[in-house]
Write a protein that binds this ligand. Sequence first.
Ligand code: SPV
Ligand code: MG
Length: 300
Amino acid sequence: MVTQETSGLPEAPGAPANKAQALRALLRGPSPVRAVGAHDGLSAKLVQQAGFEAVWASSFEISASHGLPDASLVTMTQYLDAATAMDAVTDVPVIADCDTGFGGPMNVAYAVKRYARIGIAAMCIEDKLFPKINSFAADGQDLLPAEDFALKIKTGKEAQPDPDMLLIARTEALIAGAGMEEALDRGRLYAAAGADAVLVHSKSRRPDEVLEFASRWDVDVPLVAVPTTYDSVTEDELYQAGYRVVIYANQGLRAAVRGAQEVLRELNTAGNARAVGERIAPMSEVFALQGMPSDYRTKP
Ligand code: SPV
Ligand code: MG
């Protein structure tokens, strides 16, 4: 189990010089870093406004915002643009979900350089075959050979222009049904290849898998969890088990979808806008979120 004292992250004295250093400092803190999924500047601002420590630039959310499935259809530059928009209007670190790294080791190296250049705090890549499909899709969860993925991590770390940005290795071994031993072996291999953290994904309805993984984790590299299906687990339980980052990957987008559906349905039947007036944010609130100078704000 990784303890706070042995999080595997070097001490950086003084105030963080950038968001990557800020994320590294948060990882040494007494509670988990909570990242919430976003897909654009506004959704990232909402995550920050709600008090979370980091933004997860989710491939699922970014794909959905294009009206597309999370199936490697969105290109690297589209993901980069979305992450840039999120990073530019927030003060919290952005963790960029970069799917399988957009190809082979050279694609990962190129992406690392591009993301580092705009100051993204962390990138996360996963060990599925390209093109990958969302982890909760019924089929198509095929794994890349572990050594091939380790080479992506190694090449990505070597390509970093400075040591600050974190590269998170995500294993989909449990998602693919390859078992706990395979997940642990892959996690260890990726840590040895230079990963700054290991994300172990699970689609179990209970937290047992991720808790067992953490109890057997014997490497000084922090762990990351995504409690989407095993949603009864608390942040504290995950932290006590050894997880240093908890990602609420898509709750914001799902809330927006449900809220918009309900309001639009009502608007369609009511035939006037006042029918939904109480259930939508006032323009002034959106102006404030947009950062509109106060002199220009109306109060509708
Ligand atoms: C995402 O948010 O895009 C993720 C998490 O990668 S999951 O949808 O669970 O695959
Ligand atoms: Mg994703």
